[in-house]
Design a protein around this ligand. Structure first.
Ligand code: CDP
Length: 223
């Protein structure tokens, strides 16, 4: 059976995960958050005292120890690192910045992309990340690049973290986001970039429901 795949890329805070999650729920697809996997690797580095930016070789030599499991519950995707549910911890700012640092390492990307492609083989999926349209699922049925202005992305991420009860500081979030935007767009491997055949959606002027409707209609029209 041929399953449908929807690829969504874009910068931090554009609404990729919340919109993809809602659309997946409404269409009965599986939502796959690839950023959570990079975050789990970053947490592994933090927990083991490895500076992912300056001790790349050390991290690569221990990558075989990194066991990531993804489970789906009523509360959505739950991510486990070495058997521990780290779904909340990986949303904290140190892990966000760490994820952008581990994401430049080719060996990390190779390991995670294999896992992501395998997951897309057995279900209808909406997968979000940075390189999904261009690299992970180049044959996706629908490709979307979701973005928004830098100010509104920082504001959304701030609201999201406050709502989850995670300590947050607007200026720090904005600065971290700018760091990640630059790091993600300028890296040599799989940089964040709109694929030529992806449809650009700028959510700055849309509220959440508006963005969900837009993406859902697009998928229904294309599949
Ligand atoms: O949710 P947010 O957009 O803040 O970030 P995320 O999707 O959880 O991704 C965290 C970091 O992982 C990003 O800043 C990227 O550096 C990296 N990432 C990536 O390189 N490729 C992906 N497919 C997904 C995430």
């Amino acid at each position: 059976m041929k399953y449908i795949s929807v690829a969504v890329d874009g910068p931090a805070g554009a609404g990729k995960s919340s919109v993809s999650k809602a659309v997946a729920k409404s269409l009965g697809y599986t939502y796959i958050d690839t950023g959570a996997m990079y975050r789990a690797v970053a947490l592994f580095a933090i927990n083991n005292g490895i500076d992912a930016k300056n001790e790349t070789e050390k991290l690569v030599s221990r990558l075989n120890e990194v066991e990531i499991d993804i489970k789906y519950t009523d509360e959505g995707q739950q991510i486990y690192l070495l058997g521990e549910n780290v779904s909340k911890r990986i949303r904290e700012e140190d892990v966000s910045v760490g994820a952008s640092n581990v994401a430049v390492i080719p060996e990390v990307r190779k390991k995670l992309v294999e896992l992501q492609r395998k997951m897309a083989e057995s279900a209808n999926v909406i997968m979000d990340g940075r390189d999904i349209c261009s690299y992970v699922l180049p044959n996706a049925d629908v490709k979307i690049f979701l973005t928004a202005s830098a100010e509104s992305r920082a504001k959304r991420r701030y609201d999201e973290l406050c709502e989850k009860g995670i300590e947050c500081d607007f200026e720090k979030i904005k600065a971290d986001m700018e760091y990640r935007d630059k790091n993600d767009s300028q890296r040599a491997v799989a940089p964040l970039k709109k694929a030529d055949d992806a449809i650009l959606i700028d959510t700055t002027e849309y509220d959440f429901d508006g963005a969900v409707k837009l993406v859902k209609d697009l998928i229904l029209e294309k599949t």
